[in-house]
Design a protein around this ligand. Structure first.
Ligand SMILES: C[S@@+](CC[C@H](N)C(=O)[O-])C[C@H]1O[C@@H](n2cnc3c(N)ncnc32)[C@H](O)[C@@H]1O
Length: 227
């Protein structure tokens, strides 16, 4: 069984065990309508990514803190969306550092670029990625960070194997993805089992460096590339 097969199976299992009260069902239908009607609308996507009160369960400061980011480092925020983490990384690396906001969605990239301009963040560079390659500039990065995006990526073993070339010596890949806990994730099965992430990353040529368990809805795994 391949990593891909396991993911597909996990998603199906997530869909089968779908406990759902009426309130939750109505909320979910409303959300689905919003997303369907406004699929091209940046503000709807922003809401879908960030929602209300995300900080309460995302603990962004703690995420940044445990990653021990140093001023001057270069970071790629892979699947940056509306920049929830991009701007926090930009603060952490400071003016001598660089954050590549990498996404395949040109509309979200334009939105993020505009926000970076408004906030005067000169250390953010927006990159229009390809689905199979993030197109990070050749001098590479110290950290490839990806939040709630792992499950979107196709053929992940090939993808992460390919992007090893963008990591500087000692570079890391930090993956946060939904764990499938909670009613919302049961209804919208956009998550990946941590065992699947570990297996795929090992196949792609990485080893697990840290696993953090302080995020209530997500896995948080940090990998180094094998030498
Ligand atoms: C759920 S959003 C997460 C956004 C952001 N990381 C956050 O935590 O708010 C997933 C993002 O991944 C992007 N994405 C999907 N596949 C991608 C790929 N192969 N390469 C880069 N970005 C991708 C989508 O366009 C979307 O902006």
């Amino acid at each position: 069984m391949t990593g891909r097969d396991i993911t597909t199976k996990t998603k199906k299992e997530g869909m089968q065990s779908m406990p759902c009260g009426n309130g939750h069902l109505l909320l979910s239908i409303a959300f689905l309508l919003l997303v369907t009607c406004g699929v091209c609308c940046t503000s709807v996507k922003r809401f879908a990514y960030e929602g209300f009160w995300r900080d309460k369960w995302q603990h962004p400061e703690q995420v940044i803190q445990v990653l021990e980011i140093q001023p001057g480092q270069h970071i790629a925020d892979l699947g940056s969306g509306s920049g929830y983490f991009t701007f926090r990384f930009a603060d952490a690396v400071g003016p001598a550092g660089k954050v590549y906001a990498v996404d395949v969605d040109q509309e979200m990239n334009k939105y993020l670029e505009k926000q970076a301009g408004k906030r005067g963040c000169q250390n953010i560079e927006v990159v229009l990625a390809q689905h199979h390659d993030p197109l990070i500039p050749k001098d590479g990065v110290d950290l490839i960070f990806t939040c709630n995006t792992y499950h979107h990526i196709k053929d992940r073993v090939a993808y992460f194997s390919n992007i090893r070339k963008y990591l500087r010596p000692g570079g890391r890949v930090a993956i946060i993805d939904f764990s499938g806990k909670g009613w919302f994730q049961k209804i919208f099965p956009h998550f990946t089992a941590s065992a699947v992430i570990k297996k795929e990353m090992e196949s792609a040529g990485y080893h697990l460096q840290h696993e953090f368990d302080f995020l209530p809805r997500q896995h948080f795994l940090v990998f180094s590339k094998n030498i």
